[in-house]
Structures are given as structure tokens and as C-alpha cells.
Design a binder for this molecule. Structure first.
Ligand code: HCB
Length: 227
């Protein structure tokens, strides 16, 4: 640590590496401790989320995809990731309080999909950057998306899909918004690991974001703010 409360690059790299390993090993206590340390030591929390926890779970996903680890290990790592994410997200939320709202965003994971880590990070970062965000959770039906867009008079709806099988549900939400005569009033932003810009264009979404930082940039653009 340097005297100014910011971590030096070497210690920061070590902390990120330790966090990646802790997630890969599904070590909840270590993940918890390192996430707490990163707050105390003034590390960039977005970096900790994306390059520490995020890279760890990405490695786990690759190992799972290759059949080198199995569901229990995947679930252990996901739980460690969730514990770490909650600690950092709570801190980010504290920093987002008391700002004027830049716009209303309704966000959720598509029907049939229970992945919520990425969507929660996006929701938190949007909140921390001044948006009023309503997180609908996971496995959200198109009817609920439509109902909540109307109820909150949303400017933007964010739809997350982590499974190739739930990507079509994003298109179904867009169709349902059109049928409810809401499409002209709400912008649609899609995301999630298998989602691409091409897919977003194909289904008529207004924006695609590869990660939470880009989601903030895209949301600002959709609201007509300079980025
Ligand atoms: Co899950 N899973 N999983 N999983 N899982 C994936 C997604 C696979 C790719 C793993 C693999 O095979 N390599 C795979 C999907 C294959 C496919 O569809 N082609 C898969 C599978 C198959 C499954 C099950 C079917 C396994 C089973 O039961 N046999 C099952 C699904 C059940 C269901 O949903 N109905 C399942 C279950 C699980 C858990 C429960 C063990 C756990 C989720 C825990 C939770 O979310 N609370 C889990 C996890 C953790 C993963 C991996 C390893 C990581 C996902 C994650 O959290 N990534 C994932 C592998 C991978 O994605 N590479 C694997 C980290 C976050 C930060 O990234 O992409 O979610 P993200 O979000 C980013 C980004 O996409 C963007 O910003 C976020 C922040 O930077 N973004 C948006 C996301 N949403 C956005 C919305 C916007 O509007 C804008 C931007």
C-alpha cells in the first residue's frame, strides 16, 4: 500500500490474481476477505469486479465447457463469486446514492434463465452512475417486462441472457413491447455472454453492451447524454 490509500500496481495485480484463484477454487472465505480488503485499500472496484471476480468465473466457465470440472465445482465458484460481488456491489451502491436520476431503467434476466451475476453488476453500475434502476431478477417473463416498463414509465429496458436457449426470449420481449404499444417509448439494451452486436441488430434492439462499463456508456447514449 502507498501512503495515499491507493494500492500500488504490484499489490493490485497480486490481489486480482488471488481473487481469480479464490473464485476458481470456490473459496468463499478467501473471496470474502479479498473483496473486503480491496475496498479498504481503495482499489478500483470495477477493476476488481471485472478483472478479479469476472476473470475467475470466466475461467471456471471455460473449464466447465471443456468438461474439466463439473456442476458442483461450477456452483461452488458461482457462490464464491456471488459473495464477493455482493460485498463490492453494496459498496458501489453506497457511492451511487443522492444523485439526480439520468433516466429510468428496468432490467432482468430473460425467461428460463437463472444467471444473475452479470445482470446484477450492470444494474449496480447503472445505479452508481445516476440511473434509477428496477432489477426484476431472473427468469423474467415477457409479460412482467411489459408490465414493469409501463408501471415505472421506463426509458430503457435491459435484458440479459446467458444461455443460447434463452436468447430468443429477448426478441419475444421486444415483440411484446411492440404489441403493447410501448416500443416507441422505451429503448432496449441486450447483453449476456452469448449475445453479440449482430444478434442485437437482428432482433431490433437499440443497443448491445459487452460489459457493465459499456452498459453505462450505451445507456447514456440512449438517453442523449454525452459519453
Ligand atoms: Co451456467 N452456463 N448454467 N451457471 N454459467 C454458462 C453460461 C455456460 C456458458 C457454461 C459453459 O458451458 N461453458 C453454459 C451455457 C451454454 C450455452 O448456452 N451455450 C451454462 C450452462 C449450460 C448452465 C446450466 C444449464 C447448467 C446445468 O444445469 N446443466 C444451468 C442453467 C440453468 C438455467 O439458467 N435455467 C447453469 C447454472 C449456473 C449456476 C447456477 C451454477 C451459475 C449461475 C449463478 C448465478 O448467476 N447466480 C452459473 C455460472 C456462474 C455460469 C458461468 C460460469 C459464469 C456466468 C457469469 O456469472 N459470468 C457461465 C460461463 C460464461 O459465461 N463464460 C456458465 C460473469 C458475469 C460478470 O458475466 O456475461 O453474465 P456476464 O455479464 C456481463 C456481460 O455479459 C454484460 O455485463 C455483465 C457484467 O460485465 N451483460 C449485460 C450481462 N447482461 C447484460 C444486460 C445488458 O442489458 C447489458 C449488458
Amino acid at each position: 500500500m502507498k501512503g495515499n490509500g491507493k494500492m500500488d500496481k504490484e499489490n493490485e495485480a497480486r490481489l486480482l490474481d488471488d481473487l481469480r484463484q479464490a473464485v476458481i477454487m470456490g473459496d468463499i472465505h478467501k473471496t470474502e476477505k479479498l473483496a473486503t480488503d480491496s475496498i479498504k485499500e481503495g482499489t478500483d472496484l470495477l477493476l476488481v469486479l471485472e478483472e478479479g471476480l469476472g476473470k475467475g468465473i470466466e475461467t471456471v466457465g471455460d473449464l466447465f465447457g471443456k468438461g474439466e470440472i463439473f456442476l458442483p465445482e461450477l456452483m461452488g465458484a458461482a457462490y464464491a463469486m456471488e459473495v464477493g460481488t455482493t460485498i463490492l456491489v453494496d459498496e458501489l451502491k453506497k457511492k451511487g446514492i443522492k444523485r439526480k436520476s439520468l433516466g429510468v431503467i428496468v432490467i432482468g434476466t430473460a425467461a428460463g434463465d437463472i444467471h444473475d451475476i452479470g445482470k446484477t453488476i450492470v444494474a449496480t453500475l447503472l445505479t452508481a452512475n445516476g440511473f434509477e434502476v428496477y432489477d426484476l431478477g431472473t427468469d423474467v417473463s415477457r409479460e412482467i417486462f411489459v408490465e414493469k416498463v409501463r408501471e415505472y414509465n421506463a426509458d430503457i429496458v435491459g435484458i440479459s441472457s446467458l444461455l443460447t436457449t434463452t436468447m430468443p426470449a429477448q426478441e419475444e420481449v421486444i415483440t411484446a413491447l411492440s404489441k403493447a404499444n410501448l416500443r416507441a417509448h422505451v429503448k432496449v439494451m441486450v447483453g449476456g455472454a452469448p449475445v453479440t452486436l449482430e444478434w442485437a441488430e437482428q432482433i431490433g434492439a437499440d443497443a448491445y453492451a459487452v460489459n457493465a462499463a459499456e452498459a453505462v456508456i450505451k445507456a447514456r447514449e440512449l438517453m442523449g447524454f454525452e459519453t
